[in-house]
Design a protein around this ligand. Structure first.
Ligand SMILES: [Zn+2]
Ligand SMILES: [Zn+2]
Ligand SMILES: [Zn+2]
Length: 153
């Protein structure tokens, strides 16, 4: 994404273009599924000193505006990505925490039908595929990190 494209994204949701917003948005585009610490480091490399709070605030604004999607698999820190609006899901490795995008076969939420919606207007089914990534599956000595879920021996 070039700077003019990022500026256009901000303007498309009526956000004023500022250097921190551009830098954070560029970092999220460049580092899909990065956590806040990684994004702060990336933004600092781009614009110099910027406070944690400033980056948190910008991430919140961008997420609220729909330019950035926040995901938080159980037991993991919050991650951010710029791939929004397609209801894609994530494969998460229980062992190393790797996160990989996987297309939703339906492409829009909710992609699962509740057996009984009890009168709720359902707009999303949260889908996370948990398992072992190819790298960890191939590693002979690797022990899964406990995640609070049952890890079969
Ligand atoms: Zn793994
Ligand atoms: Zn994703
Ligand atoms: Zn789906």
């Amino acid at each position: 994404m070039t700077s003019p494209e990022l500026e256009a994204q901000l303007r498309s949701v009526s956000l004023r273009v500022t250097r921190p917003r551009l830098a954070v948005l560029a970092s999220v585009h460049a580092h899909p599924h990065a956590d806040t610490d990684a994004l702060i480091a990336s933004v600092r490399a781009e614009v110099g000193s910027v406070s944690h709070q400033a980056v948190y605030d910008v991430l919140r604004v961008l997420t609220d505006a729909g330019l950035v999607r926040r995901i938080q698999p159980a037991g993991a820190t919050a991650r951010y990505e710029a791939r929004v609006g397609d209801n894609h899901h994530h494969l998460v490795c229980r062992s190393c925490g790797a996160i990989t995008d996987v297309d939703c076969s339906v492409h829009r939420a909710p992609c699962l039908t509740a057996s009984d919606d009890h009168g709720y207007v359902v707009d999303e089914a949260e889908v996370v595929y948990w398992g072992t990534c190819p790298g960890c599956a191939a590693a002979p000595t690797n022990q899964p990190v406990p995640t609070g879920r049952n890890a079969d021996e």
